[in-house]
Design a protein. Sequence first.
Length: 175
Amino acid sequence: MFKKVLVPLDGSKVAESALAHIKNMAWEGSIGKVILLTIVQAKLPVLDIVLPEVEILQGLDSKEPQQAELDRYRNYLKRMKNQLRSEGIKAEAVVSEGDDPAKNIADFSEENNVDLIVIATHGYRGMKKLFLGSVASKVVHESHIPVLLIRVEETAYQLSPGLPDGRPPGVWLHS
């Protein structure tokens, strides 16, 4: 059993598709607690540094947009956490700031004694992967904690009908 499972979410449907697998694992009793994590990239007040004399920018609080983004992600994670809790799954939500999501996820996992990271990925290959990169693959390289990658086809999270008993299809872990 995994006592603490980390699920990084970025607000996309692809990332949320990992939750179906988390629910499967919870129904089997393979998970004690789920931690939902979003890393909001820290923004530097570049305009204040580059253009300090521009009058229109004076008086603008560069922290306001950042705070709005943090609040938006807190509300998002609260909804996701409440959804899991409504299905009897212990869950908590954490929004953190950072400049390197993969490293921040790996560091958070180690600092919080996480047993498993479950993260969805597009599974891009070749040139697409080269240009778009992948936080998921970077997490695999950064983390010393096991990572379960959920490869999601672009339409899988939209078209999947679920199982006859209402459970979503997914990875089934057996103890």
